[in-house]
Ligand binder design. Structure first.
Ligand code: SAH
Length: 218
């Protein structure tokens, strides 16, 4: 990659942070800093790089998408990530959102069900030296028991209901953000675990690809 295009990606990234994120009400400085740092162009296919900082989701192959930057910022902000947190992401996709969160916490475990996407996310993260992210290939509706409990859980695909294994693997006092609804439209739910029970509050409408798997859409 030439120096000139690196510079123009940096300029586009700054514009995204100022205009599409801060300009639309994202206030958490840690989120803005992380998204101002992670090179989104590295997480999209080569033929989508020109659109890496556009205000929309983009195809990443296998019928899947990298989420719109605003949606990433919104959900990650709702998660209230602390520097010592261990985070579980379900639906790693390109690895972009995992990369953003990895700048804000101790470790991210990100589960992806499509093997080639998991492989590609792993390669991208390794090339960037983001060594506090572990990409796991498997059904994330089962969570990832080996590293549970998690301080934070974020689901990047649309669930019919909140998978019980994720509730079980969320630490007491932990937070979870998950889109819940039907296959075409969902509401983003923000959940806190208190006394073993999930307290759920609703935020905004959203559109995600379906969460498949044992506790997802069959
Ligand atoms: N967070 C991603 C975008 C995710 S798109 C990014 O930053 O690029 C949603 C992803 O969830 C898709 O890659 C899809 O394959 C994956 N997915 C769907 N059901 C899943 C499941 N049960 N377990 C793990 N991943 C799943």
């Amino acid at each position: 990659m030439t120096r000139a295009s690196d510079e123009s990606f940096a300029a586009q990234r700054r514009r995204m942070v100022e205009h599409d994120l801060a300009g639309r009400g994202i206030r958490d400085q840690a989120v803005l800093t992380a998204m101002g740092t992670v090179p989104r162009e590295r997480f999209v296919p080569a033929d989508q790089q020109h659109a890496a900082y556009d205000d929309c989701a983009l195809p990443i192959g296998y019928g899947q998408t990298i989420s719109q930057p605003y949606m990433v910022a919104f959900m990650v902000e709702k998660l209230h990530i602390q520097p010592d947190n261990v985070v579980l992401e379900v639906g790693a996709g390109s690895g972009y959102q995992a990369a953003v969160m990895s700048r804000m916490c101790r470790h991210v475990y990100a589960v992806e069900i499509v093997e080639p996407l998991a492989e590609s996310a792993r390669r991208t993260l390794a090339a960037l030296g983001y060594d506090n992210v572990t990409i796991v290939c498997g059904d994330g509706t089962l969570g990832y028991p080996p590293s549970a409990p998690y301080d934070r859980i974020i689901v990047a695909a649309a669930a019919p209901t909140i998978p019980q294994p994720l509730i079980d693997q969320l630490a007491e006092g932990g937070r979870m953000v998950i889109p819940v609804g039907d296959r075409s439209i969902q509401r983003c739910q923000v959940c806190t675990k208190r006394d073993g029970k999930l307290q759920v509050s609703d935020s905004i409408g959203c559109v995600f690809v379906p969460l498949v798997g044992e506790h997802g859409w069959r």
